[in-house]
Design a protein around this ligand. Structure first.
Ligand SMILES: Cc1cc2nc3c(=O)[nH]c(=O)nc-3n(C[C@H](O)[C@H](O)[C@H](O)COP(=O)(O)OP(=O)(O)OC[C@H]3O[C@@H](n4cnc5c(N)ncnc54)[C@H](O)[C@@H]3O)c2cc1C
Ligand code: HEM
Length: 389
């Protein structure tokens, strides 16, 4: 795509998105057109569409923000195309989605902005997106969906559950990747989860799930998961991970269940002979939120290249936390726990100029931490995180 085409697409999208309620109106109009003009497509989507509206528009803006970086965008779209096989999407559905999106854009941009040249630019852009997704899906030999039987569901905090599944066939994801997951009590509501262990020959996979207040899916997983039930998993996604021969040191920052893809990478690195130095900061609101210190302690003791610093925003547990009365467990190999906002604490160590950085957590935690690090002099190109939708 040439730079003029990219500029025309971005300008029209940004103009529409910048208006009061723009993204929500665009999403509503897009879905109204899609479901009216192509009614058969409705069945792909869940009955309740509120969160998806938000996610789809975020996905589109994420894509448009990267139109000028094909080396990042094309692999992302290829992964998305392979993952969309789980819906049974066919090439004609891409025409339906592209046409409906263009109709919604045209309506909001208005005739003055929506010139023939703009229309052509959107056609070109959407063709690249669809062709990349369709092409990657066509070439993929791995299954469109894996199924997994729940073999363990363990409540580790009042709002956090660890679920272990036995997959029906091997899945060779890279440690640090995530995937779409559908649970039986929430049909067609796929949500991303990050395995907390590397891919293994036993076909076992483990997820750490925090219940989000008011969420559709996570409270159902934390409250209702039954042994023996079957979950569906889509293709692996995402680009976190440590290259095999890297000599660059790493800085990993994870909050809450954000520890999952980081510990999977550390476990995978522990199976190699040589590794760069890794400093992991693991955070939570309260000391009791640091639920995985035992595993991290074992990893730190066994691997001299690993430093782990726990960080809690508050130094006391909340009033509702029931202390067991047992003496506090010792976690050898860990640095003393620090208290404060995790981004501020990590940035307080300096610019981490010699490190590749990964940040995992809620969207607001990722944004704030990235901002703090950049203010401390960390170069943006050295910071990686997953898409925030
Ligand atoms: C790449 C990636 C990997 C992920 N890995 C994991 C994982 O390993 N474990 C895990 O528990 N979750 C993980 N998530 C989050 C997960 O996919 C869901 O978004 C989350 O469980 C909420 O889903 P829900 O259906 O309960 O809420 P929804 O019904 O989708 O949303 C309800 C409300 O909660 C808000 N919300 C959604 N997610 C969050 C959040 N994380 N923090 C605060 N508010 C939120 C929404 O904006 C909305 O207002 C990951 C997300 C991404 C993008
Ligand atoms: C034009 C290119 C497209 C892009 C960039 C895109 C991107 C996305 C993204 C990022 C998500 C959210 C994550 C997920 O659940 O996978 C999503 C969800 C979804 N997409 Fe697409 N998509 C495209 C085309 C299509 C097409 C052609 C269909 C078929 C009709 C489709 C059907 C769906 C469905 C059913 C969902 C899930 C909705 C939900 O869980 O609430 N997508 N898409």
């Amino acid at each position: 795509m040439d730079s003029r085409t990219v500029a025309l697409i971005r300008t029209t999208f940004k103009a529409v998105a910048a208006e009061e309620g723009g993204p929500e109106k665009l999403a509503s109009s897009f879905y109204a057109t899609l479901f009216t003009d192509y009614p058969h497509v409705r069945d792909f989507f869940p009955a309740a569409m509120d969160s998806q509206r938000d996610r789809l528009v975020k996905a589109i803006s994420y894509t448009l923000d990267r139109l000028e970086e094909p080396n990042k965008l094309l692999p992302f779209l290829a992964q998305l195309g392979r993952d969309h096989r789980k819906y049974g999407v066919k090439p004609e559905h891409y025409v339906a989605v592209a046409t409906s999106l263009k109709t919604a854009m045209r309506r909001f941009a208005g005739t003055e902005m929506w010139t023939d040249e703009v229309e052509q630019a959107w056609d070109d852009g959407l063709t690249v997106i669809a062709e990349t997704m369709i092409g990657a899906a066509d070439q993929e030999k791995t299954p469109a969906v894996w199924s997994g039987t729940v073999v363990e569901s363990r409540s580790v905090l009042r709002n956090l559950t660890v679920v272990r599944l036995q997959l029906d066939k091997p899945m060779s994801y890279a440690a640090g990747q995530y995937m779409s997951v559908q649970v039986p009590s929430r049909p067609r509501m796929w949500r991303y989860l990050s395995p907390a262990v590397p891919a293994n020959a036993n076909c076992e996979i483990e997820f750490h799930i925090r219940s989000v207040l008011g969420g559709w899916v996570s409270p159902a997983i934390v409250g209702q998961t039954q042994l023996g039930e079957t979950w569906l998993l889509g293709s692996p996604l995402g680009g976190l991970g440590v290259p095999r021969n890297t000599k660059r040191k790493m800085l990993m920052i994870g909050c809450g269940t954000g520890i999952a893809p980081l510990r999977a990478q550390i476990m995978s690195m522990a199976q190699r002979r040589t590794n760069p130095k890794v400093h992991l900061f693991v955070g939570g609101h309260y000391p009791c939120d640091l639920y995985d210190l035992e595993t991290l302690s074992r990893l730190a003791v066994a691997n001299k290249w690993l430093t782990v610093t726990p960080v809690a925003e508050n130094d006391q547990n909340p009033w509702w936390y029931v202390d067991s009365g047992e003496p506090a467990p010792e976690f050898p190999g860990l640095e003393p726990r620090m208290t404060g906002q995790i981004g501020k604490i990590v940035a307080g160590f300096g610019s981490w100029a010699d490190r590749d950085v990964q940040i995992v957590g809620s969207p607001s935690m990722v944004q704030t931490t990235k901002f703090r690090l950049m203010a401390a002099g960390t170069e943006t190109k050295n910071i990686r995180h997953d898409p925030l939708f």
